[in-house]
Design a protein around this ligand. Structure first.
Ligand code: WQD
Length: 314
């Protein structure tokens, strides 16, 4: 049985990955500073170390007996990163430096890294291939690109097998107690509006898309989590170094998401069109062939399952 370190394992995505790593037969050590993570979300079968990835000594100790690391711990709000770029460089780039240093010190040779479609910025083409230029539009996206470069560079200098997973729009919940507690993204924002008796807003209906609203590639957090286990299997099995899109390969417009919510809640949510939000590309959809071929993984869950599970877990 192998033992894995999961940074950020008390968070929204991490709490799913922790369960799936355990279910794959691995021992799991979660390292989380609980700044946004929730202690109760760490499965009882996992060990919890309450520490920041910036604490290299604590990471080094947590790596004892560990064969690989899934690194999720990071700041992830695009708008906040524009306001506080140094916070993002300190936490995300500093966190990666500290983690890779600790891994180097103790000789940990496997890494699965949480990257983002934000590395592409506003791509010229959609669906987006992994070979598209990396042109992030925010400090958040920049720190994700730098993290990918750091892992790649370290792997040139010493033995390290790695996969970077570029997440598209993550949604849904694998259980009613594992919903996304932040209200940064479309689906949680729609539910918050409904809870307050307000109308959900569609940010722009004049985009060059079929219905005029923006198109995104929404992926169920349980499918995303399964991709981490497949990536952990791969880096343990062979020496690789690859960045993979993690999406469904199918886009949904904001209006289609509103329709899915209306279907789930059993009434028209009465979404209203408002102006565009600055910086939103019209369409971001993943090319998913490389993940399918490399990991033998693909997303299975529908938009309706994302919306209904998010609704049940809100
Ligand atoms: C989705 C679509 C909005 C709210 C961001 C980050 C990305 C990643 C995921 C990090 C857009 C529209 C939204 C609302 C709306 N983050 N919208 N009404 O912007 O695609 O991606 O989150 O790890 O890096 O950039 O996601 O959920 O904010 O928006 O119409 O009330 O919904 O304009 O088209 P986005 P989102």
């Amino acid at each position: 049985m192998s033992r894995w370190l999961l940074t950020g394992g008390a968070g929204y995505i991490g709490s799913h990955v922790a369960r799936d790593l355990l279910a794959s037969g691995r021992e799991v050590v979660v390292l989380d500073d609980l700044s946004t993570g929730i202690r109760e979300r760490v499965p009882v079968d996992a060990e919890l170390v309450v520490a920041s990835v910036l604490d290299t000594d604590a990471v080094r100790r947590a790596l004892d007996g560990v064969s690989g690391v899934v690194h999720l711990a990071a700041k992830k709000a695009v708008g906040e990163s524009v306001e506080q770029p140094l916070l993002y460089y300190r936490e995300n780039v500093g966190g990666m430096t500290s983690l890779l240093q600790a891994m180097d010190d103790v000789g940990t040779a496997c890494m699965v890294y949480s990257s983002s479609a934000a590395v592409y910025g506003e791509p010229a083409w959609s669906p987006i291939s992994e070979d598209s230029p990396l042109q992030p539009l925010s400090p958040y996206g920049e720190t994700k690109v730098i993290g990918e470069w750091m892992v790649r560079d370290v792997a040139v200098a010493r033995p390290l097998s790695w996969v970077s997973l570029r997440y598209f729009n993550v949604a849904g919940a694998g259980a009613i107690n594992l919903g996304d507690p932040s209200v940064n993204n479309l689906i949680p924002m729609v539910f918050r509006a409904l809870d307050r008796g307000e109308s959900p807003q569609i940010f722009g209906t004049d985009y060059p898309t079929l219905d005029g609203s923006c198109i995104r590639d929404y992926i169920h957090v349980s499918d995303l989590s399964a991709a981490h286990v497949a990536a952990a299997d791969l880096v343990e099995r062979e020496v690789v170094g690859v960045a993979l899109n993690v999406g469904t390969g199918v886009g949904a417009s904001v209006i289609e998401v509103m329709d899915a919510v209306s279907e789930v809640v059993g009434r028209d949510v009465g979404a209203v069109a408002v102006g565009r939000r600055a910086g939103d590309p019209p369409e971001l959809v993943a090319q998913v062939m490389r993940a399918q071929e490399t990991l033998g993984w693909s997303a299975r869950r529908s938009l309706t399952e994302m919306v209904s599970s998010a609704y049940a877990a809100r």
